[in-house]
Design a protein around this ligand. Structure first.
Ligand code: NZQ
Ligand code: ZN
Length: 387
């Protein structure tokens, strides 16, 4: 196990009827920017409830609505400008990962003299940020409890992750009932996303991080158990609650600390989203089994790790080669049959390959230091196989 620093300053209020904790924003002042998406929080009634609590707490609100899935830099710029114009003291995100990510870079952009895109390209430039608060409405990214934000500039076909401890939420409200209205498509995409975060941590070359491995397996088993239940019965509290907490734990450093390697499926997916604006979790589900098979074929020494995955997560038995291969088949079966996810790139609207070369170039750089670092040709082969 490697040395690591684990720092999670986010106060979590988990469970039903936690919204009253919005009064805690008063610890940061009386002027908040409220950031939300395309209207799901208005349809669910959450918007009205939140506004009432904020007003009753003496907090005045400026709003930025319409944050897009795969949030755009234009929204970040607009939000940062609103903060500067209105003397905003904190940023409150109510929504999914896109809204929270956007709010994070708004909070940093509000304290930065230049263009917020600089902060996307280089998280090290985030030296100061307004306090970020979040009410999570979709279990997926873990943005509610991590330092990351992923922002797109679709005019340049660029989507990059950035991050800083400065933008870790001060407080996040995690009420699983807020996810009852999440569509089937986003429920399965969210489950695939948290599983992918876990895989990125689990398939590590660091030895001796046994506890982290077992924790990963627990998160994966939780997703495999409860994803299908949430799909069939959207208001199943236990399922939504377990998925929500799994989303936070998958990426808040608990699984990666001491076992950290570079990520490689995410850099490939971010290229798909950057060029084709697809749903993040769907791209990950399509790429993951393809990547697993590619790794196993390219580097047979990885068979043992896949066999551990097969035994501990899927309960398989047999020799390593059989268990490793079957575990990957089970993963594909889970995404594409049990969860009914699209199983190739054409199924999510990517009908031509013209951009694959340039996408592969960028994704290969992103995979440096991962379980097996991928060359441009490796990534191209994976895109081809996923097509
Ligand atoms: O915009 P609204 O109207 O709110 O609708 C959203 C959106 O259309 C809807 N939704 C959210 N909560 C809902 C709901 N609909 C009904 N009921 C609710 N309770 O769901 C749609 C998708 O929302 P979005 O926020 O885009 O989804 P998600 O949470 O999966 O976030 C995806 C973004 O996060 C990035 C992804 O790349 C992508 O841009 N990521 C962020 C990470 C991080 N911060 O650590 C890591 C991840 O790997 C990921 O890259
Ligand atoms: Zn992700």
């Amino acid at each position: 196990m490697n040395n690591f620093t684990y720092y999670v300053p986010t106060r979590i209020h988990f469970g039903k009827k936690q919204l009253g904790h919005l009064v805690e924003l008063r610890q940061s002042g009386t002027k908040a920017l409220l950031v939300y998406g395309g209207g799901s929080i208005k349809r669910s009634g959450l918007y009205d409830q939140a506004i009432q609590i904020l007003v009753d707490s003496g907090i005045s609100i400026v709003e930025l609505s319409g944050v897009e899935p795969n949030p755009r830099i234009e929204s970040v710029r607009a939000g940062a400008a609103l903060c500067k114009e209105n003397g905003i003291e904190m940023v409150l995100a109510i929504g999914g990962g896109s809204v929270i990510d956007c709010a994070k870079i708004i909070a940093a952009g509000a304290c930065y003299g230049g263009d917020p895109w600089d902060l996307v390209l280089d998280g090290g430039k985030i030296q100061k940020a307004l306090p970020v608060y979040a009410v999570l409405t979709l279990a997926a990214t873990g943005s509610e409890m991590d330092q990351f934000a992923v922002i797109s500039d679709l005019s340049k076909n660029e989507k990059w992750g950035t991050g800083s401890d400065m933008v870790k939420p001060v407080m996040s409200i995690l009420d699983p009932t807020y996810t009852f209205t999440v569509s089937k498509k986003q429920t399965v995409a969210g489950t695939a996303d948290m599983m992918s975060h876990t895989f990125e941590n689990y398939f590590t070359n660091v030895s001796g991080a046994t506890l982290q491995g077992y924790l990963c397996e627990a998160v994966l088993k939780t997703c495999i158990q409860y994803g299908p239940i949430a799909l069939e019965d959207p208001e199943h509290y236990e399922a939504r609650a377990n998925l929500m907490w799994a989303s936070s734990l998958a990426i808040n450093g608990l699984l990666s600390g001491g076992a950290e390697v570079g990520w490689c499926v995410h850099p490939m997916e971010h290229e798909l989203s950057a060029f084709y604006d697809i749903t993040h979790g769907e791209g990950l589900a399509i790429l993951t089994p393809v990547w697993m098979r590619y790794v196993l074929e390219k580097d047979p020494s990885k068979t043992a790790k896949f066999a551990v995955y097969g035994r501990n997560v899927w309960g398989l038995s047999g020799d390593d080669a059989y268990v490793a291969k079957t575990a990957i088949d089970k993963t594909a079966e889970f995404f594409f049959q049990t969860m009914h996810m699209p199983n190739n790139l054409r199924a999510v609207g990517i009908t031509e390959k013209t951009n694959f070369e340039v996408m592969a170039d960028k994704a290969a750089v992103g995979s440096e230091g991962s379980f097996i670092p991928l060359t441009k040709d490796d990534v191209l082969s994976i895109f081809e196989a996923a097509f």
